[in-house]
Design a protein around this ligand. Structure first.
Ligand SMILES: [Zn+2]
Ligand SMILES: [Zn+2]
Length: 199
C-alpha cells in the first residue's frame, strides 16, 4: 500500500486542508520518530512533541502522534528548523528528527516566487503545480536516510499539564488562569486590562 492510501496520511491531509511538501515532510518525520521510539500505535506511548517549526510540518505531529496543543502535548520552541523532538514519558526516551538539507533549483525557486506574487501565467502556474506534485511524491517515497536524520537526545520532557486556579479579573470580570494574571493597582487583572491601564 502506498503512503497516499494510508488512513493516517489521509487524516493529516483532511486536517491540514491541502497537500503540500511541508506536510509530506512532517508526516515522514513524525513516522520516523514513532519508529525510533519503538511504537506502532502512538497511543501506547504517551508522547510529547517539542516543535522547532510552526509551519505545515507541525500538523502531522498532532494527527499521527496525537500530540495536540489542546492536550498539552505540543510545545513550541521555534528555531526556524524543520526539527521536532518527540519524547515518550513511559520509556523515558526522546528522539529529535530533522529534515536533511534540500535546495530547490534556481528556476524552480524563481517560479515559486512568481506564483506567490500572483504574476504567473496559466502555463507557469501549471508547471508550478506539476513540480510541486513531483516533489511531494519524491518526499513520500524517498528512503528515510536520504530525507531525514534521527538523533537520540537526553530526555528533557515538559512537565505534565498543571491545573491552575482561575480567579476573575477585577476590571472586566473574565476568568483568567493564575500564571497569566497581573496586578493593577493592587487588584488581580487579566493581561488585556493591565495593558490598557499602562497606555
Ligand atoms: Zn501546507
Ligand atoms: Zn480584565
Amino acid at each position: 500500500m502506498g503512503i497516499e492510501q494510508q488512513p493516517d496520511w489521509q487524516k493529516v491531509v483532511e486536517f491540514h486542508g491541502h497537500v503540500c511538501p511541508g506536510l509530506a515532510i512532517g508526516y515522514r518525520l513524525a513516522k520516523a520518530a514513532l519508529m525510533a521510539l519503538g511504537y506502532e500505535n502512538p497511543e501506547d506511548g504517551d508522547l510529547v512533541t517539542i516543535a522547532e517549526s510552526d509551519r505545515c510540518t507541525i500538523d502531522p505531529f498532532q494527527i499521527v502522534l496525537g500530540c495536540t496543543m489542546g492536550k498539552g502535548k505540543l510545545h513550541m520552541n521555534v528555531t526556524g528548523k524543520q526539527a521536532f523532538t518527540v519524547g515518550c514519558r513511559k520509556k523515558g526516551l526522546a528522539v529529535r528528527v530533522v529534515q536533511l538539507p534540500h535546495e530547490y533549483s534556481a528556476e524552480s525557486d524563481a517560479l515559486t516566487k512568481k506564483v506567490m506574487s500572483g504574476k504567473a501565467s496559466d502555463v507557469e502556474y501549471r508547471m508550478f503545480k506539476k513540480e510541486r506534485e513531483n516533489r511531494i511524491q519524491e518526499i513520500l517515497t524517498m528512503p528515510d536516510a536520504a530525507l531525514l536524520k534521527v538523533e537520540t537526545v537526553a530526555s528533557v520532557l515538559p512537565e505534565k499539564e498543571t491545573i491552575y486556579n482561575s480567579p476573575c479579573c477585577a476590571y472586566c470580570g473574565e476568568q483568567v488562569m493564575e500564571p497569566w494574571t497581573r496586578l493593577r493597582d493592587g487588584k488581580i487583572s487579566c493581561i488585556q486590562c493591565a495593558v490598557t491601564a499602562n497606555r
